[in-house]
Design a protein around this ligand. Structure first.
Ligand SMILES: C[S@@+](CC[C@H](N)C(=O)[O-])C[C@H]1O[C@@H](n2cnc3c(N)ncnc32)[C@H](O)[C@@H]1O
Length: 276
């Protein structure tokens, strides 16, 4: 069995931090080692030094970093996760934004699921939008869902799920918005077509510049994998992509307390951008 020396681990984890923003502490050395071992098998490498060299000095296009990213991200998710927060979104935030838009004669709404994993979160948002605001089908509604992991994005685009993913979906919604075939649940096309999936590294400033003017950004259970300075930097960037009065929703175990951001906290894990 291959073993990563402390020096190799430090070099790899530093490189991952610089390029993905993800932090690997020493206690995750075994986890990283197993993933690196997989990549070394694919590449036919025997010596970890070869892999360290490839990742740190011979990967200008980021191809190997992407292959490793596909193995090291944590993708745990399910539909209607953090139900109370979604209720607040559905009953308070969304109606407020829709009514302000109607007053202004606008018919466009933009939602971003940043770190969408295999798609459960953005499809949940599409279902809520459809339920709360059936007229949304006549509006220009865009739900953009991004992740760094190409494997989960491929699963998301398929829109097929097992019980584990749909277990928290309220039964009437499960009936209405999914096609069940045996143990498999497929998101119905009218909901699936509301979501556009896209590959994006939240740590890539250039790629992030294309994101603009969102009414809602859901970045839930993603910040937790970054250290505090990176969290603040990412939250600051997300604020710039929010429309005035737009909302940023984070995971319930995450917090933006103490960060200097143009946001006010409405309730734990729901923040609103200042009007200008
Ligand atoms: C635990 S999942 C959260 C999924 C969903 N937001 C939820 O709350 O159920 C975290 C996701 O963040 C993604 N992620 C981690 N680092 C990222 C980065 N630098 N850029 C984009 N996505 C990233 C992972 O690939 C993973 O799919």
């Amino acid at each position: 069995m291959m073993e990563l020396s402390t020096d190799h681990f430090n070099k790899l984890s530093q490189q991952i931090y610089v390029r993905l923003g993800l932090q690997f502490e020493e206690k995750k050395s075994y986890f990283l080692q197993k993933r690196v071992e997989k990549r070394m098998d694919v590449l036919g490498f025997q010596d970890p030094q070869e892999y360290v060299f490839l990742l740190c000095y011979a990967d200008p296009e980021g191809t190997e970093m992407q292959a490793l990213a596909n193995l090291i991200t944590t993708n745990e998710t399910y539909m209607f996760r953090e139900f109370e927060q979604l209720e607040a979104f559905a009953n308070c935030c969304l109606p407020e934004v829709l009514s302000a838009k109607q007053t202004r004669g606008e018919q466009k709404i933009r939602i971003w699921s940043a770190g969408c994993s295999s798609g459960e979160e953005p499809y949940t948002l599409a279902i809520i939008l459809q339920e709360v605001f059936p007229q949304s089908q006549y509006w220009d509604c865009e739900i953009v869902a991004t992740d760094i992991d190409q494997n989960v994005l491929a699963q998301a685009a398929d829109a097929h799920y097992w019980w584990r993913s749909v277990r928290e979906v309220p039964p009437p919604y499960l009936e209405k918005h999914f096609i069940q075939e045996g143990e498999r649940y497929t998101v119905r096309p009218n909901i699936a077509s509301m979501v556009r999936f896209q590959h994006l590294n939240l740590y890539d400033r250039m790629a992030m510049r294309a994101m603009r003017n969102f009414d809602f950004i859901f970045c839930r259970n993603v910040l937790i994998y970054f250290d505090r300075p990176t969290q603040e930097q990412l939250a600051g960037a997300l604020c710039q992509f929010l429309a005035p009065n737009g909302y940023l929703l984070i995971g319930h175990s995450e917090s933006l307390n103490g960060m200097k951001l143009p946001l006010r906290c409405l309730r734990p894990s729901i923040y609103q951008r200042s009007p200008s």
